[in-house]
Design a protein around this ligand. Sequence first.
Ligand code: HEM
Length: 479
Amino acid sequence: MVAPSRWPDSAWHVRNTLVYCTLACHLDKSIDYSPLHPHQNRSVDRLSGDMNGQCNQSVWTRPLTQSCFSLSQSQFADPKDNVFYRYIVPWIGKGLLTLHGPKWFQHRKLLTPGFHYGVLKPYVSLITKSTQVMLDKWEHLITQEKSVELFGHVSLMTLDSILKCAFSHESNCQIDRSNSYIKSVCEITYQINYRIWYLPYQIDFIYWLSRDGRRFQKACEIVHLQTDKVIKERKKSLKDEQELEKIQKKRHLDFLDILLCAKDEKGDGLSDEDIRAEVDTFMFGGHDTTASGISWTLYCLAMYPEHQQKCREEIRELLGDQETIQWDDLGKMPYTTMCIKESIRIFPPVPFVARQLSKPITFHDGRYLPEGTLVGINIYLIHRDPSLWKDPEVFDPMRFSPENSSQRHSHAFVPFSAGARNCIGQQFAMIEMKVAIALSLLRFEFSPNPAKIPRKIPQVVLRPHSLQEQPGTPFENLK
Ligand code: HEM
C-alpha cells in the first residue's frame, strides 16, 4: 500500500469518490460480495482494489470493529476523509463534524455541556409540539389518500424541532414552506444528497457551473445570512441580559445560548464564524439523521405488527389518555426503545463514516495501514455481520434486552459511531425518536404499502427510496 505523499489532488478525489459511490450505492451487494473476498474474517477487507495500480488508499473495513474505532480514540482522533465531507463544508463550514486536531478538541469540550440532560429536558415539550403538528397533518391526509408517504413529513418535523431547539426559531415550516430560510435548508439538503448520487457532480467545476451548483450556492448564501442575523441579534440580547440564568427563567436555553456563552479555561469563547459553523452543523447533523431513524422505525413496526402492538400497549399503559409525553416517561418504555434500536441496527441512519489516517496503524495479524490511508467504516455491514449478530436480517428487538446486550461486542452496535468522534447529539436523537414514535403509535396504526416497498438509498443518511423518483426536492412533492 502506498501512502499519498501530500494532500490528494482532484484526480485522486474523483477516483476515490467513484469507488466510494459504487460501494455506497450497493450496500446490499457489498454484503454479498464480501464473503467472496479472500481476506474474509480478517480485520480489514480491501474491497476497493487497485484502480490502474494507483488507487490503493481506500480501505473498506468489515468485522474490524475495535481496531477501526480505536482510530478515533486518541485525544484528537483522525481527521475525516476529504471525499464525502467536502460536499457539506460550503454549508456547515468548519464545525465539530468537519474539524480535526486541537480546534476540534476545543469545540467538543465547549459544546459537550450543551447536551447535558438539564439542557435537553425542556426540548421534550418542543419536540412533542412539532410531532403533534405532523400527526394532525397525517390525520387530514389519510382522509384523502389511501397511503401516505411519510419520510418527507418526518423530515419537516425534525427540521421544525431542531430549529426550535437550536435557536428558538418558530418556523412553522411543517405548514408554511414559503419561508426562504426553510426553503434553502431543504434545497441544500436535497442538493448535497443529489450531488453524492449523481456521478458527474463529483467533479467540482462541472458542479459549480451547473444549475444545481448555482442553486446550492444561492441557498447557502441565504442560510448564512439568516444564521448571521440570528447570531447578531442574540448576541445583543445576551449582552443586555448578562447571564444565562436570567434567560432560563424566561425560556429554555437553546444551543445558540450555549454556543455564545461557551468559554474555555482561559476565558476564550468561539468566534462568530465558529458559532455559525456549529449552528449550521447542528442543523445538518440534527434533522436528516433523526428523520431517517424515525421513518425506518415506523417502517419496521409496519412490517411487524406484533411488535407494533406491543409498543402501543406499553405506551398506552404509560401515558393513559394523555397526548403528550414527559421527560420521565422516556425511560419507562423499554420495549419501544428496543424496537428503535433494532430498527437503526437494520437501517442505520448514517450507514458509513470515513477517516484519513494521520498515522500508520498495525492490526493484530501484522498487516498495517500507512498514514494517509482512507478508511471507510461500514456501519451498515457491521450491523449485519453474521459473526456478530445471529440471523442478522431478522427483526428481533430482544437482541437489545440488558442480558443479550451485555454479551455482545462493545462495537457491534455503532449507529452513533464510537470513540472520541462519536455523535455528540445521540441523547437528543434518542429523545426525538422516542417522542415521535410513541406519539405516532398512540394515534395511528401503520401498515406497509406493498406497491411501494422502500429501497435503501445510502446518501449522507440512509433514506427510503420512493421520494427519490419524483422530480423536484422531496419537500416540494409533499402535499
Ligand atoms: C439518529 C440520529 C443520529 C445518528 C444515527 C447520528 C450518527 C452520527 C455518526 C455516525 C456520527 C459520526 C460521524 C463521522 O464520524 O463522520 C455523528 C457525529 C455527529 N453528530 Fe450525529 N447522529 C444523529 C443525530 C444527531 C443530532 C440530533 C445532532 C445534533 C443535534 C448530531 C450532531 C452530530 C455532530 C455535531 C457530530 C460530530 C461530532 C464530532 O465529530 O465531534 N447528530 N453522528
